[in-house]
Design a protein around this ligand. Sequence first.
Ligand code: NAD
Ligand code: UD1
Length: 349
Amino acid sequence: MAILITGGAGYIGSHTCVELLNAGYELVVLDNFSNSKPEVLRRIKEITGKDFTFYESDLLNVDAIESIFSQHDINAVIHFAGYKAVGESVSEPLKYYHNNITGTLNLCDAMSRHGVYDLVFSSSATVYGVPKQVPITEDSPLGATNPYGRTKQMIEEILRDLHVSDNRWSVALLRYFNPIGAHESGKIGEDPNGIPNNLMPYISQVAAGKLEQLNVFGDDYETLDGTGVRDYIHVVDLAKGHLKALESVLLTTGVDAYNLGTGFGHSVLEMVDAFEQASGQKIPFVIKERRPGDVDSCFADTRKANQKLNWAAEKTLTNMCKDAWNWQSNNPTGYTEANDLVTSIQIAP
Ligand code: NAD
Ligand code: UD1
């Protein structure tokens, strides 16, 4: 019996693989490396001392997915694979609808053909759009404001429809808030392509001297210091939330959404301060215009995940910043330099 991890070479997927392997699960991992590097696989094995099966496959390739389900006794799936850049989704919506939605349809089709009905899905707090109130509860109205967010909202609805059609489906919709940080070993972490869009990788690259200064997008929000407030969560806490969600879907049926955050909001300037203290590096910044689509404040009500999944984030802001800096300073060019070291990747089918 194995757990299939789609997008397992990515940022959150790789950290989840580590936690699952450490917990003794057998894993089959697939990824097409559209936003990740093969070297991460070697690092996961190095951290855990455990092996797993990997396929370089695309969820858009129906035959490849079928072949993986035929060759392995899969009993549940954690589905990370998808594109996630908000700006790109606005300029290339079809690319996002096709990859994220068709990929999920192909996966669910293969699952039902092989009698697999337990699924943990990577959704996002972005499905809430502009929150009516904070902290945000799972029953707040949904209203994603860009194509990326709408793919997540649509997939949530598709998965709910699947359960209506066949009540054997058991699905956890995990709405992540802002995952940051890295594994404490410094061996795996976030490796964005080009100039980062998100705050924490941008700050890390300023600290490393790769970028000159941070642009703070707006200081006139309705927040304590005027800068945007978000719920930053350590990626290892998030990964552990997947273990709890997996245990839950294996025991129950139905579709449940869970907020995975810390329940606390921090402003951009608080993040700069926390990172400076944790890293000992100065982060020069300038105040710029607001970024279109940004909201004042977004943080989670986490009581449902606390109570129903028996999960709570444990790591502090200092842990998040220290681990982000440890990863950045040990891997100044991300995974790129070590790519040649990887051998023996299977191509499916
Ligand atoms: P990531 O890009 O690092 O990981 C996604 C992985 O999926 C990549 O390794 C990519 O190569 C792979 N992939 C994409 N399309 C594929 C396909 N068609 N077939 C096979 N593999 C494919 O992203 P992440 O940050 O680890 O996010 C994982 C999931 O969580 C995504 O679905 C993302 O939308 C969601 N999410 C992420 C965040 C965040 O801030 N990182 C927040 C909310 C939700
Ligand atoms: C963004 C996405 C969201 C996605 C999430 C995680 C948008 C509008 N939203 O959320 O859909 O789920 O990433 O991938 O892109 N900031 C700066 N300077 C920077 C970068 C960010 O000041 O260079 C500020 C932002 O204005 C915001 C905060 O930092 O207030 C966090 O930004 P970011 O890390 O991009 O996350 P979100 O905007 O929450």
